[in-house]
Ligand binder design. Structure first.
Ligand SMILES: Nc1ncnc2c1ncn2[C@@H]1O[C@H](COP(=O)(O)OP(=O)(O)OP(=O)(O)O)[C@@H](O)[C@H]1O
Ligand SMILES: [Mg+2]
Length: 280
């Protein structure tokens, strides 16, 4: 019984807990990254000509969390991913990954460092099988934290294990055009997992999925987190995200308008206004 435990604590325990709480608040308030922050984005700005797609955006992602990254159409979600993953250099601001400044580091280098993403528009190799698509994405010499992959020998074995993990175990020899929409998303996830990421950015995984498919993909993302991955998941709204995410950052016109638990976001007035009464 927790109250009994608290009542039974002696003064030194209480003092120690208070000190830990103090240390935490100092960490959170300091300019340096908290020890468990995998990703720290500060003042990120991306302009395309006269259009500011991302506007002085700051947020951080803690190790092992699933963060929701939410915003209406054209809010700048994919552009933020593109700047973090090295696809576009930001106009201003910085990106820190695992304590290192990686602002403007190119995409292939970010993959080597353990950062992976899925694309909103799937981009499999159309003339290759599901298995080959995953095998070709494998990065040599990574250790693999995903259960069942560590220490496994051949490329084929690793790739088929990844296919199995994402629910494509019975479709190895099919080509992408034989897959339903949900299967293509799973393949996109499989190709990202083949790079053995620590942090996975997932761009709108639930778009076009039925209710049961949303639940199934959310379950898969949750399993991946349990196996040690940190995730940032984009969606237009809370659909599919509410039970999955620990925390959300909401943006509009490239700027952050809210941050907090899913419940806090749902009842946030600015967020409700951004969605003009529609579903948050
Ligand atoms: N390469 C580019 N060149 C010019 N403008 C761009 C480019 N990429 C994005 N934009 C513009 O930047 C803004 C943000 O786009 P972005 O794709 O990041 O939004 P999003 O939040 O991902 O939207 P969606 O929910 O529709 O995917 C939009 O106005 C878009 O037209
Ligand atoms: Mg997008």
């Amino acid at each position: 019984m927790s109250s009994g435990t608290a009542a039974g604590s002696d003064d030194s325990d209480l003092a120690e807990n208070a000190k830990k709480a103090d240390d935490r608040s100092i960490d959170e308030g300091s300019a340096t990254d908290a020890a468990d922050d995998v990703l720290v984005v500060e003042g990120l700005t991306k302009r395309f000509g006269g259009l500011t797609a991302v506007d002085d955006l700051s947020f951080s992602v803690a190790e092992g969390e699933i963060m929701g990254f939410i915003g209406p159409n054209g809010a700048g979600k994919s552009t933020t991913f593109n700047c973090i993953t090295g696809r576009f250099p930001p106009t201003k601001g910085s990106v820190r990954y695992r304590g290192e400044d990686v602002t403007g580091v190119p995409a292939h280098e970010m993959v080597k460092r353990g950062l992976a993403r899925t694309f909103q528009s799937f981009r499999p190799l159309g003339d290759r099988s599901v298995l080959a698509n995953v095998a070709l994405a494998l990065v040599p010499d990574r250790l693999f934290s995903i259960a069942g992959l560590r220490g496994q020998g051949t490329t084929r074995e690793r790739a088929s294990e990844i296919c199995r993990r994402v629910g494509l175990g019975d479709r190895l020899s099919q080509t992408p055009d034989e897959l339903p929409h949900a299967g293509l998303l799973r393949l996109e996830l499989g190709r990202a997992l083949a790079t053995d990421p620590d942090l996975l950015l997932v761009d709108e995984p639930f778009a076009g999925l039925s209710g049961p498919e949303v639940e199934s993909v959310a379950g898969l993302l949750e399993e991946l987190r349990e196996e040690g991955l940190t995730l940032v998941v984009v969606d237009h709204n809370m659909r599919g995200l509410l039970s999955l995410i620990d925390r959300a950052v909401v943006i509009q016109f490239g700027a952050k308008i809210a941050e907090g638990t899913p419940e806090a976001i749902r009842s946030d007035e600015t967020v409700q206004q951004a969605y003009l009464g529609g579903e948050v």
